[in-house]
Design a protein around this ligand. Structure first.
Ligand code: WTA
Length: 633
């Protein structure tokens, strides 16, 4: 392994070749301007997009915390992600390269993408889809997924993408919350050489969803599936009807009109649907993508996240397409058929930037250097990380083995709620492995104690955002009180957004994210709530009470460990343990499958009946249980 010649102390300096060509040359002065003249800064960024009508006000904070951005402005994210490129050389540029797991490939120019999206937008219209209605999308990672998202946005409908790994319960619940009339799915997808059974899950979910009138299914695998008369249609049949004309007007939207909802797990109860808009979200995702990843026209950009999560929405689909990039989409597992799958794709397509999660890196690292070493990865210029803290060991492997000790690692901290990256380096920033470095433009962060006082360097505190930004979620769908309660209540006096993470800042002003301080668990970068796992367990006929906690896991970051009190007369054995794990997996999806189930006589609770998960965690780790004064008995 080549040692990086540019390491001084604990700082990794970016190669001169990157600094010389970087889009941003001076972070400090640009940052200063962005917070001193917030509105001016964002107005300048917004001007880079196509607006049907310019905004009258950049930031409207008359009804805090329900901030509005670019009010009075008229825009559509698709006008920026597709339409405007058709008038330039980008018309013939590759918009998307897709590789299916079995090896099939599709390449689409912006012209071709526009055709598919326009045709499908017309199909949706013919099905009666109206502006403002929410279409649920439940699909594998195939081109029709971004196409469906873009088609909805084009005609002013909102989408709600449900991750293709979720099960019946989760899908049915989200369809009900969104009141969806239309569901878009596929007959299946490929994962580790096997076919996933999306359509059967969709069918079961629809049996429980009285709102669904129409289901459109993409034929991906060709396996036999059940199609209901009058409800089910094949995507390819519809796309070949005369109604599916390739001419479709992009709907003119208000900047604040909602673009999508995306469900994410929180501390309590059911997952909540965060709402993002056409205007602010377009500006924020494209600006952050362009600066953090130093986007050039010739880049080939691979965000390896699933489009079903916020990373996929913001940086697989919208941000990069607005910036006119060539995006890569891959359907299957990173190690199928061999652990070199990703590395061979980088070589084959000449990918210049890879954006993925620490969990994926750790997973591939396990197979050893020989797999990436078989490939020419010299096209790579930058690497990115997102979703959880990256441990220095994985950071170094990523940098040295994948990045040939050259590629800087952009460790980006953000959330479904923030819409885009908030704390991240630029390609010119000297790096420290494990630190997301500094706030991005217009982002003011604080690391504070309970009273809102800044903690000292090196001390742990709560991460807050002190001023609004254009990409922020506008509300929780259908539940504005919950939006206020969850994010704005704790620091109401100061008007700060509570991120739910703890962090520290070092003497150089570098930020180190420690992890969630609430009951949200990050398993393989996926966001789950302990409350959801617990309610899945309690829905089993043998279970009376349950608690779920996260414990460290070498590859997944966290593993789910559960404690269960059984109903009277039921005895816990190996078989029941296995049944319960399977039950959670069926209720929520395989990612939520607990790593362990422990049968217990009682659970540590406060006198008001709240489970003290921290006590369970301390016990499991053999650590000090801390203050037990509120423990019931
Ligand atoms: C965690 C994902 C450390 C964090 C975009 C946050 C991170 C949660 C990082 C949001 C990072 C995300 N370093 N932790 N670079 N990025 N997180 O909504 O706990 O799925 O609150 O959004 O992921 O998860 P979400």
């Amino acid at each position: 392994m080549k040692a990086n010649k540019e390491v001084t102390g604990n700082l990794y300096h970016p190669p001169k070749s990157i600094v010389r060509k970087a889009n941003v040359k001076d972070y400090d002065s640009m940052y200063k301007r962005s917070v001193e003249d917030r509105e001016g800064f964002w107005a300048d960024e917004a001007k880079k997009l196509k607006w049907y009508k310019k905004w009258t006000q950049v930031l409207d904070d008359s009804n805090k915390p329900f901030y509005k951005w670019f009010t009075g402005g008229k825009i559509n994210i698709v006008a920026n992600a597709i339409d405007r490129h058709l008038e330039t050389h980008r018309r013939n540029k590759v918009a998307m390269i897709w590789e299916g797991e079995p090896g099939d490939v599709k390449v689409m120019s912006y012209h071709a993408l526009n055709r598919e999206v326009s045709k499908f937008a017309n199909v949706l219209k013919s099905m009666g889809v109206k502006k403002g209605e929410i279409v649920t999308i439940y699909m594998p990672q195939i081109p029709e997924l971004p196409i469906a998202m873009l088609a909805c946005a084009k005609i002013g409908a909102m989408h709600s993408v449900v991750y293709g790994g979720f099960s019946v319960e989760a899908l049915a619940g989200r369809i009900a919350d969104a009141n969806s009339r239309v569901l878009i799915t596929a007959d299946g997808g490929w994962r580790r050489g096997k076919i996933t059974d999306l359509k059967s899950i969709a069918n079961e979910a629809m049996d429980r969803s009285p709102t669904i009138e129409v289901c459109i299914t993409v034929k991906r695998t060709g396996q036999e599936v059940h199609m209901e008369n009058d409800r089910d249609f094949w995507y390819h049949d519809l796309q070949s009807l005369p109604i599916a004309s390739s001419k479709c007007k992009t709907e003119v939207m208000d900047a604040e009109d909602p673009l999508f909802i995306l469900f994410t797990s929180g501390t309590t109860g059911k997952p909540k649907g965060l709402v993002h808009t056409h205007g602010g979200y377009s500006v924020y995702t494209s600006t952050t993508h362009r600066y953090v990843f130093d986007i050039k026209d010739e880049d080939r950009w691979w965000c390896a996240a699933d489009p079903g999560w916020i990373t996929g929405h913001s940086y697989l689909v919208y941000g990069p397409l607005i910036n006119g990039s060539t995006i890569i989409l891959y359907e299957g597992a990173p190690n199928h058929p061999y652990p070199n799958r990703w590395w061979s794709m980088i070589e084959k397509y000449g990918i210049t930037i890879l954006y993925t999660s620490p969990t994926a890196i750790r997973g591939l690292m396990r197979f050893g250097e020989q797999w990436p070493k078989r490939h020419d990865l010299s096209s790579l210029r930058l690497l990115g990380s997102v979703g959880e803290p990256i441990n220095p060991e994985a950071w170094r492997w990523y940098h040295e083995v994948i990045g040939n000790s050259e590629c800087p690692i952009m460790d980006t901290w953000w959330q479904t709620e923030t819409g885009g990256m908030m704390i991240a380096p630029l390609p010119i920033t000297p790096l420290k492995p494990g630190s997301a470095t500094k706030p991005l433009f217009g982002v003011e962060v604080g690391i504070v104690d309970e009273d809102g006082k800044e903690v000292k360097p090196g001390e742990e505190g709560k991460l807050v955002i002190k001023a609004p930004w254009p990409g922020m979620a506008r509300t929780v769908f259908g539940d504005p009180d919950r939006y206020v309660e969850t994010y704005w209540k704790e620091y109401e006096k100061q008007g700060w957004y509570k991120a739910g993470d703890s962090a520290r800042i070092d003497e150089d002003g570098y930020i180190w994210i420690i992890g969630r301080i609430d009951d949200v668990i990050k398993v393989s970068g996926y966001r789950l709530g302990t409350a959801e796992v617990e309610s899945a367990l309690v829905s089993h006929p043998d279970v009376s009470e349950a608690a779920a906690i996260a414990l460290p896991h070498e590859v997944k970051g966290n593993a789910i460990h559960t404690y269960v009190i059984l109903k009277a007369g039921v005895t816990g054995d190996k078989k029941l343990e296995e049944d319960l794990r399977k039950h959670v997996s069926e209720e929520m999806g395989p990612i939520a499958r607990p790593d362990s189930v422990t049968f217990a006589e009682s659970l540590p609770k406060t006198r008001s009946g709240k489970i003290m998960r921290r006590v369970l965690k301390a016990r499991a780790l053999g650590m000090d249980e801390g203050d037990l004064s509120t423990l019931e008995d």
